[in-house]
Design a protein around this ligand. Structure first.
Ligand code: NCD
Ligand code: ZN
Ligand code: ZN
Length: 434
């Protein structure tokens, strides 16, 4: 029975270009062409009007397993990811136990494979227990079955410059990358929101831009000094953009990500005192949002990464100061990419969307099976999007266990109709297949 493995997909528009048919067989794209006719009796999918993109790759996802399965599991997070058009997600290391050994990363990787909806690529911790004291077993995680290439203490900054330098040097051996959560903790004690006029008015302790920017500047100089690869997580300020632009102009090997929420939302939302808007780094000013959007368009910021951060209801529906920071994002990221990378007259820059959501995240994470585009011989991992449909976000209907979406009630453009992972549909008709 070839039903699951062989497909004829009719009339999709790759990256928004002229319609073609796609023959999917044995996990790869066997042929692309106009009006393909196949003589055997295989499954056909009418994709007229749908845009085809390479499967999305998230470099920054919190799946909460092991340790907080009440907030998210690898399975529920995988469902959310597939519905969002993702075929691979990098699972952050700030779990309990922390993903700081070959054993833990292999377990996460195995559960992801068993669920089978997206490739779950573990991120390894930089320091043991995220304590910032000594390096974790980076080499063993890289050599493990999980083939870890991205290392991060995300949630916490690697504050010690000596340790950061050694981590950057260590991962060079296997072309790994250190993904830094840039926050000088000595400048953010008790911080609740962006530091500025509004934080003063609201009486909430501020997180100043300089707490992010000073670490980015330092880490770029360290990456230059030791000739290593640095990735900056969730860039949130105009000043950070300027620093990264400078570093790239000097040939420093730095890449950067921006989250959907930092591309769309501003600090004013804190006026509601609704903790759904509490996140690290905090939502910033309109000027910062403008600079981040421009930086994404001109390539200074390489990619969109969700920082999908599901939390249990009791950790979010409480007083602002006690709420955990973070918001979910896997199911809405593509819509926000569409909003950010269109010209306002409805013309969507699909090529850039593929670059920032798939091709470049796969390159940074060293994933050879993803982000390859729709080409003959490439793995059949792609997403079919209907740009004419929109979705109104209902927190109760998310596949993620997290209900902490900042987009509740908003009508967002685009809908994922189907996602394929190595030739097998994980989403069909907008629903997870298993
Ligand atoms: N972004 C957040 O506000 N929270 C993240 C940690 C992080 O990304 O720093 C989390 O793990 O909940
Ligand atoms: Zn972080
Ligand atoms: Zn994070």
């Amino acid at each position: 029975m070839t039903a699951q493995t062989e497909w004829l997909i009719k009339g999709l528009r790759p990256l928004g270009n002229d319609p073609v048919d796609l023959h999917v067989k044995d996990g790869v794209i066997a042929a692309i062409g106009q009006d393909l006719v196949l003589d055997n009796d295989i499954q056909t999918l009418d994709a007229t009007g749908l845009v085809g993109l390479p499967g999305l790759v998230d470099l920054h996802t919190h799946l909460r397993e092991p340790g907080r399965e009440d907030a998210e599991t690898i399975e529920t997070g995988s469902r959310a990811a597939a519905l969002g058009g993702y075929t691979a997600v990098h699972a952050m290391a700030n779990t309990d136990p922390v993903a700081d050994t070959a054993g833990v990363v292999e377990q996460v990787w195995n559960i992801g494979r068993h669920v089978g909806l997206v490739d779950v690529i573990p991120v390894g911790a930089v320091t043991t227990g995220l304590k910032g004291e000594r390096l974790a077993e980076l080499g063993a995680m890289a050599d493990s079955a999980a083939r870890v290439r991205v290392f991060s203490d995300d949630g916490i900054c690697v504050g010690d410059p000596g340790l950061m330098r050694r981590a950057l040097e260590y991962v060079k051996a296997f072309d790994g990358v250190i993904a830094q959560h840039a926050e000088d903790a000595r400048l953010t004690g008790g911080a609740q929101m962006n530091e500025g006029v509004l934080s003063g008015k609201l009486g909430l302790a501020g997180w100043p831009s300089v707490a992010e920017e000073s670490i980015i500047a330092r880490d770029c100089l360290l990456a230059q000094h030791v000739g290593s690869r640095l990735h900056v997580c969730h860039v949130s300020t105009a000043g950070s953009v300027e620093l990264i632009r400078w570093a790239k102009s000097k040939g420093i090997n730095v890449t950067a990500e921006v989250t959907p929420h930092h591309l769309l939302l501003t600090e004013d939302l804190a006026e509601s005192y609704d903790p759904v808007y509490k996140v690290n780094p905090p939502l910033r000013r309109g000027e910062d949002v403008d600079a981040l959007r421009e930086a994404l368009r001109d390539g200074t910021i390489d990619i969109i990464a969700t920082d999908h951060a599901p939390h249990a209801v009791e950790d979010k529906e409480c007083e602002w100061a006690y709420a955990r920071p973070g918001m979910v994002g896997l199911e809405q990221a593509l819509s926000i990419a569409i909003m950010t990378l269109s010209d306002g007259n409805g013309a969507v820059d699909w090529e850039s969307i593929a670059r920032v959501t798939s091709i470049d995240p796969a390159r940074i994470g060293q994933l050879t099976e993803h982000g390859q585009g729709l080409m003959t011989g490439a793995p059949a991992s792609f997403v079919l999007v209907d740009p004419a449909q929109s979705q109104t976000v209902d927190p109760a209907r998310l596949a993620s266990k997290g209900r902490n979406t900042p987009y509740a009630g908003l009508e967002l453009p685009g809908k994922v109709v189907a996602t394929f992972l190595r030739g097998t549909p994980t989403v069909l008709d907008g629903k997870v297949t298993k």
